[in-house]
Design a protein around this ligand. Structure first.
Ligand code: MRU
Length: 346
């Protein structure tokens, strides 16, 4: 990749600032867990798997800085670090998955001295990042076969290298198909209100010389009606046991349009995005973000002052609209209750 989304460098965590792309390529350094929590909340880093990596690194930074004479004190403070990170964003389950993984590792090493536990947590966070890259490559390899040579693929939001440790989930599938020699064209929805598609997906695909055309969200139906889209591939923030999928607001509209036009609609996500504890998508918490994301563009007011606004950041696409779910362990389809749990069990 020609950029690094997040990495542990020296004694700091370094992230590309996604609020500044595509006009500025700036890398921010974080030396404490509070900074990492703020970066997740403020969408310096965003995208479900990338948020998971950031949370793991945040826990490791927090563990490093705890002042404690006893294990009781260390573990009490570590639990506080985890709570702060867990309160940043509610929808992407990878955040909670990563924090739980870090807690489990700490607990499993409780018999060691505190400095050893700190070192083990740092190594674990770095492993979460390295594994995520490998997982994205496996998702890409599993999904590439579904994309026909010459296909035009619509994607929504950014489920690319910027949303992961690198390579991407939905964009991983597209990258793998492209790398295999298929002539793929991408249609990127701009993804109002935060513009992940316009700012991030277009940027990273152009960097990789993958043909991309940007549209505003309300153009997708027209393109489908005119036979200009062959399939859709999107990422996910949380997938319930029955296959209902939470992803960036607007994904549901794309899925309904795709079904109307008999266009395959694929979801690409790691197993860590499955939340098998939820029987349906109705139970997935949906983040509501500040109204200025809707009323302003780059600080410029575009709506009347005082207008009532809604800003749900995600929606849930019912499983019946999803043709298949592509994971690093294989592709689930049909009865998701069965196929997803079989994949999760490995
Ligand atoms: O609000 P964001 O930008 O964090 O939302 C991101 C998405 O909805 C992505 O599509 C999803 O996290 C999948 S990322 C591989």
């Amino acid at each position: 990749m020609s950029f690094r989304t997040i990495e542990w460098r020296g004694d700091k965590v370094v992230m590309i600032d996604q609020t500044k792309l595509p006009t500025e390529e700036v890398y921010n350094e974080y030396s404490d867990f509070q900074g990492v929590a703020e970066a997740i909340r403020g969408m310096i880093i965003r995208g479900a798997p990338a948020i998971g990596v950031a949370a793991a690194m945040g826990v490791a930074l927090g563990a490093r800085d705890i002042i404690a004479d006893t294990h009781e004190s260390f573990f009490r403070q570590l639990s506080n670090v985890c709570d702060v990170l867990a309160r940043t964003r509610p929808t992407a389950v990878n955040l909670f998955w990563a924090i739980e993984r870090m807690k489990r590792v700490a607990e499993a090493n409780r018999d060691k001295d505190i400095n050893s536990i700190r070192a083990i947590l740092k190594a674990e966070a770095i492993a979460v990042e390295a594994e995520d890259l490998q997982i994205c490559k496996a998702i890409g390899a599993n999904g590439a076969a579904l994309i026909k040579d010459g296909a035009t693929v619509l994607t929504h939001c950014n489920a690319g290298g910027l949303a992961t440790a690198g390579y991407g989930t939905a964009l991983g599938v597209i990258r793998a198909a492209h790398e295999s020699g298929k002539k793929i064209k991408v249609i990127a929805d701009e993804t109002r209100p935060w513009l992940q598609g316009a700012r991030l997906t277009a940027w990273e695909l152009m960097k990789d010389n993958i043909p991309v055309t940007l549209i505003s969200d309300n153009m997708a139906g027209w393109l489908m009606q005119n036979g200009e889209i062959d399939c859709c591939v999107v990422g996910a923030d949380r997938i319930a046991a029955n296959g209902d999928t939470a992803n960036k607001i607007g994904t549901y509209s794309v899925a309904v349009l795709a079904k109307e036009h008999r266009i395959p609609f694929y979801v690409a996500a790691p197993i860590s995005t499955l939340d098998l504890s939820l029987d349906s998508g109705a139970k997935i918490p949906i983040e509501e973000r500040t109204i200025t994301e809707v009323t302003q563009i780059k600080g410029i007011q575009i709506a009347p002052e005082g207008v009532k606004v809604r800003n749900p950041a995600f929606d849930v696409t019912p499983a019946r609209y999803v043709t298949a779910i592509i994971t690093e362990k294989g592709v689930a389809h049909g009865d998701y209750l069965e196929s997803l749990s079989a994949l999760a069990k490995g």
